[in-house]
Design a protein. Sequence first.
Lengths: 110, 116
Amino acid sequence: TQLLEQSPQFLSIQEGENLTVYCNSSSVFSSLQWYRQEPGEGPVLLVTVVTGGEVKKLKRLTFQFGDARKDSSLHITAAQPGDTGLYLCAPVGGAGKSTFGDGTTLTVKP
Amino acid sequence: DTEVTQTPKHLVMGMTNKKSLKCEQHMGHRAMYWYKQKAKKPPELMFVYSYEKLSINESVPSRFSPECPNSSLLNLHLHALQPEDSALYLCASSQSLVTWAVHEQYFGPGTRLTVT
């Protein structure tokens, strides 16, 4: 099992603030995905990072894959209440099996 | 259509009941998954079907019985559950399980199960 540690576990900020969420492991991943899950819904894929050192942007969200492909980060600029949710990272590989990280619960207060 | 549907949305059952959760997708995906999720925790993988055959069983108790009648449908049959089995049950699908492909999982909204 590929163990993923996400930090922080909980984060509560005011609208307009910036934040970074981290996903770390001792294992090397072929690729890694970030999902967001809103209350009462299933997780929705935000991005897949494949290449070490890769940076992807999705509006106010910036995703980075570590050079060694063992870690990743998600940075949100000027957070909005609509960004509230559970953020999950998941490796892709093996027999199609993915194990999610512990998740970061983000609350953005208006 | 990138939708995975799940029914029912909510289910309350007693410990002696038998019930089934249903999941459907029409994206032509050949891999389907069942996850269990407790509040504020990540989804935990239970079962994976690939081309209608059970590929992964994460040591799930036999009171949970999956079934994949065809490539679009996935069921989870429940019998003699315990209160600690109360959780959100999520279904997902992806194009395939081929190891060299980066596959996206599409999740349904889940069934909120309460065992009394």
